[in-house]
Design a protein around this ligand. Sequence first.
Ligand code: AMP
Length: 284
Amino acid sequence: MSAPQLLTTIRATRAALERKRAGGLTVAFVPTMGALHEGHLSLVRRARELADTVVVSIFVNPLQFGAGEDLDAYPRTLDADIEALAAEGVDFVFAPTAREMYPAGASSTMVTAGHIGTLLEGATRPGHFDGMLTVVAKLFNIVNPDVALFGQKDAQQVFLVRRMVADLNLPLDLEIVPTVREADGLALSSRNRFLDEGARQAALALSAALQAADAAAGDGLVELLAEATASFGDHDAVTLDYLVVVDPATFLPVDEHFRGRAIALVAARVGATRLIDNASITIG
Ligand code: AMP
């Protein structure tokens, strides 16, 4: 498989994709922050099935990192990423610098995620979702894809991107891809590479909590939350941030009267590494 063409400027990216579209070809787009793993590659493989041309962006977006977060420490593995994408038949990699994306050093105009953007991940990471939506909107405007692919691993991101696309009438389809896990249940994440063997074991508390939530879902919300929280008792290396169940239609926490499909969401710190995971469950 030939290597993807590496694009670093907005102008070259627009021109390359304009040529594809002029030839009648469709474009699928996978936005990432790099440090690619099998989770990212499952999005890429689905993209390959959906369109003639596949574009992957690799950009660690400063706008979605808060002060004291891991912007500088975030893993950057561009050469290995390009090699992995070559094996998947990706056509273009868009890997701009922060200066190319934010020539003024910041963005004066921001997309705001609203109330849901202040909950859960947004409560721990103020401004994160405004920064994420702003860069996603910019990337959509640069790539102009027919379809963009996101992972269900970041469920709140999926909810907010879906709503932005609807609210702002963005002319593209979204395709959501299931979470890819290790054999023992750990959801793949670029941040997993920070886990040593002990932390790697402790991190299983997240997927174990979701499995416990699923197993107890027939017994109602209170029982389900108690069972899921209990799985954190066995792991002192893990600090639970939140464990909640939300209504997929609103992303608001459900109450004990709720019945039907819901999303159980968990976030925890394992040493210095913050991990998130989620699972679809049916309460009733
Ligand atoms: P990131 O580079 O972490 O911003 O992720 C880029 C895209 O890959 C996002 O849409 C993520 O939801 C998705 N992704 C990350 N981890 C996984 C995973 N384990 N399974 C499926 N998709 C994932």
